[in-house]
Design a binder for this molecule. Structure first.
Ligand code: NAP
Length: 110
């Protein structure tokens, strides 16, 4: 969080407020959502960008594959659902009311 604040300052960005929450931790997300609505009001855009992206290859390593799949499901599926559930009430009171999910090419149906 401090590193992100420093980076914003370095780039002359002063109108961004930072809140921290692990998306696998629903109570932490709900606390962040409550604080955001208290300070800025309704949420126009909820952008779900956080994701677990494995940095290792699991080829021939079933234990690595198992851990990667559990971490991926926990963050990229349950974490996304947690994020929407925690923030949707705030989105409903925003002006634009948009939820944007950042996915990978593999999620594209065509
Ligand atoms: N890079 C690509 O080629 C690519 C391609 C297709 C889609 N995407 C998608 O684009 C989005 C961003 O990816 P990226 O390449 O920027 O990945 P990244 O550099 O690994 O960034 C992922 C971000 O998610 C955060 N995060 C991970 N787990 C979290 C959790 N449990 N709670 C809260 N935050 C968490 C990380 O925070 P920390 O830094 O604190 O860990 C990091 O800021 C993802 O949704 C990804 O699936 C990326």
């Amino acid at each position: 969080m401090v590193a992100t604040e420093e980076k914003l300052k370095k780039h002359g960005i002063h109108n961004v407020k930072i809140y921290a929450a692990d998306i696998t931790d629903l109570p932490a997300l709900e606390a962040a959502a409550t604080e955001i609505q208290r300070t800025v009001g309704g949420i126009d855009y909820l952008i779900a960008n956080a994701a677990f992206v494995s940095g290792v290859t699991s080829a021939g390593r079933p234990e690595v594959l198992r851990k990667d799949m559990i971490d991926s499901f926990s963050t990229n599926v349950v974490g996304f659902i947690n994020t929407v559930n925690a923030f949707i009430a705030g989105v409903r009171t925003g002006q634009v009311k948009k939820v944007i999910a950042i996915t990978s090419g593999m999620a594209k149906r065509e």
